[in-house]
Design a binder for this molecule. Structure first.
Ligand code: DP6
Length: 364
């Protein structure tokens, strides 16, 4: 499957060497992507808040090499050589090579670091793949003689990032991004993320996401394996239909600022995601006892205080605690007094809605 719109006709400029540095954030899905077809095409549309604090910073240095018959690159995380990251990047390069024909012409040094601890159980694939995609797009832009618009660069970076890791395509922009064709969202696409195009009520501006680190260990089941278990899953068809409906319903929720309806959709999405895991064959559970303790505490607190705090989960045990800006103080107090006890070593990360990838430096 080749998408012609993402192939530039020719590169007329030449570039011997140089480097680009980009930072790109993680994102948290409100309607979840879980299940994909060939070529990283999602089974259903998803929508996410782009985060602000949790991000990856990647410096991509490149130098022209003698021959162009294979990929040549080295990867560093926090200045330490990481050969175990290479297979994932090699697969990524193979998938995107037809869209970036210069890939084999250069030797690359990829130097990356995350603002969150590597062992936090927070997936770095969304921020990492989107940062790398932006660095590669900076090279393409420099090589291209024809005018390349910012819009094209962001869209193609999202398209490329998706081929590295599906959810990565939602990290290029903010503050709300939709990925996957939805009939009520013009311009939505299975191929790349787009900025949520409709009105968003003030209630959702600067929304907070405090990530409670319940379990920092390696996941027992990777997302990729989990996605594949949605093939022949007994509830898959209904689940994909439900995601379309939840996204439709969110359009009005975002418009009128209906926090109660937001909470119902977001928490139901999180629990449905984990229900899909528990009903796969083989089945698996990523939540830990403390995940459930936290969820119950949040429900009790909400009942007692009428707060609008809620939770979501990604493919792991950590809990994302979501709450509006005007409840920052109230919920922070609650987190400190009642939830921190359930976090591994008391660790949590305060994040909030952000605005996507940013270029840091450029040298060539
Ligand atoms: C549960 O994007 O990590 O976080 O495409 O195989 O790399 P791959 O999967 P990935 O899946 C993320 C799943 C999720 C939900 C979401 O972010 O929408």
């Amino acid at each position: 499957m080749i998408e012609k719109q993402f192939i530039l006709k020719s590169y007329s400029k030449t570039l011997e060497n140089g480097s680009f540095t980009w930072s790109s954030p993680s994102n948290i899905a409100l309607v979840k992507y879980w299940g994909k077809k060939e070529h990283q095409i999602p089974e259903n549309p998803s929508v996410s808040f782009t985060l602000n604090t949790c991000k990856t910073i990647t410096k991509l240095s490149f130098s022209k090499k003698e021959n162009d018959n294979e990929f040549s690159f080295e990867v560093y995380l926090d200045d330490e050589k990481k050969d175990d990251f290479k297979p994932k990047i090699e697969t990524f390069f193979k998938r995107i090579e037809s869209y970036l024909p210069f890939l084999k012409a250069y030797h690359f040094k990829i130097e990356t670091s995350n603002t969150f601890p590597h062992s936090s159980g927070i997936a770095s694939s969304a921020s990492g793949m989107s940062a790398l995609a932006m660095c590669l797009m900076s090279i393409e832009r420099s090589l291209s003689e024809v005018e390349v618009t910012d819009n094209y660069v962001t869209q193609k970076a999202s398209f490329l990032a998706r081929l590295g890791s599906g959810s990565a395509c939602r990290s290029l922009e903010g503050d709300l991004v939709v990925w996957g064709k939805h009939d009520k969202i013009d311009g939505s696409s299975d191929l790349f993320g787009v900025k949520y195009p409709f009105e968003v009520h003030q209630n959702f501006k600067n929304y907070n996401d405090t990530i409670l680190l319940v379990d920092k260990g390696e996941k027992q089941v990777s997302s990729t394996v989990g996605h594949n278990l949605m093939h022949n899953h007994p509830f898959a068809k209904e689940r994909f239909k439900q995601a379309h409906k939840n996204l439709s319903d969110l359009i009005n929720v975002f418009k009128i600022g209906d926090l109660k309806a937001f909470i119902s959709i977001v928490e139901s999405e999180a629990l449905t995601l984990h229900a899909m895991m528990m009903t796969s064959m083989p089945y698996f559970i990523l939540m830990k006892p403390n995940t459930l303790e936290i969820i119950n505490k949040i429900w009790t607190f909400r009942k007692e205080t009428h707060s609008n705090v809620c939770f979501t989960l990604d493919a792991g045990a950590n809990v994302h605690v979501l709450y509006p800006e005007n409840e920052t103080e109230l919920v922070n107090e609650f987190i400190k007094s009642e939830l921190v006890a359930y976090c591994q070593n008391g660790h949590y990360i305060c994040d909030r809605i952000g605005f996507g990838a940013k270029q840091l430096t450029m040298e060539n």
